[in-house]
Design a protein around this ligand. Structure first.
Ligand code: GTP
Ligand code: MN
Ligand code: MN
Ligand code: MN
Ligand code: MN
Ligand code: MN
Length: 194
């Protein structure tokens, strides 16, 4: 395994590490694709400046701000609106081998469909980072259809650091996609990538 999970407490006691905080904003929806396939949930990621998919957020300085305050500040830059993040939104921390000496803290925040829509609009119209550090927000297709449409194709793209694993574990643990469906989508995605 390329990434090691650690506790928040342990992560914050590490010396000489940088701390990154990112968040998965999500919610429920009644929307249907083509009027018939229930989309069930909205999950937001972003296309980054470097062409990789990732979550909104960034580097925080725990000696000067809490993880939640730092994440909130990054969200103002990248999403164009102040979004409160609380310790209840904390999901996991892990050490990255692709980015040495960086701890990746991950948060998840449930919002209404209307609030998520406001986030998407602000990300284009008000975010200082739009068009350079952030190329746009994207909704993750969670359905799988015959051929590789939906989640399998989405997972075949390139992701920053361990954001793909963060997505996969949040989808399963929050009950947005069943473990069985996630595993099947990953297998298909891996065959597309080859
Ligand atoms: P600036 O605003 O330019 O300072 O960048 P940033 O603070 O927004 O940093 P960025 O979001 O790029 O994240 C900083 C670190 O976290 C880098 O080491 C990235 O490789 C890593 N990173 C970026 N996005 C994600 C993500 O969604 N998940 C994880 N686990 N790591 C990420
Ligand atoms: Mn159409
Ligand atoms: Mn930053
Ligand atoms: Mn960022
Ligand atoms: Mn940033
Ligand atoms: Mn920046």
């Amino acid at each position: 395994m390329a990434y090691k999970q650690i506790s928040r407490k342990e992560a914050l006691s590490l010396e000489g590490y940088k701390h990154a905080c990112h968040v998965m904003l999500y919610g429920d929806t009644d929307a249907k694709l083509f009027g018939r396939i229930p989309l069930k949930h909205v999950v937001l990621m972003q296309m980054r400046f470097d062409g990789l998919l990732g979550f909104p957020g960034g580097l925080v300085n725990p000696s000067k701000e809490s993880l939640e305050c730092g994440l909130s500040r990054e969200l103002s830059e990248e999403l164009g609106m102040a979004l409160a993040v609380s310790p209840e939104n904390y999901f996991s921390s892990c050490l990255s081998h692709s980015a040495p000496k960086v701890v990746a803290h991950f948060f998840t925040k449930k919002m209404t469909e209307a609030e998520l829509w406001e986030v998407e609009k602000a990300a284009v119209s008000a975010a200082p980072d739009h068009g350079h550090e952030v190329m746009g927000m994207v909704r993750v297709p969670l359905f799988s259809m015959k051929s590789d449409s939906g989640l399998p194709s989405f997972l075949s793209h390139s992701f920053i650091s361990n954001s793909r694993s963060q997505l996969l574990s949040a989808l399963q643990i929050l009950g947005l996609v069943s473990q069985e469906d996630v595993e099947a989508a990953v297998r298909k995605a891996d065959s597309i990538r080859k």
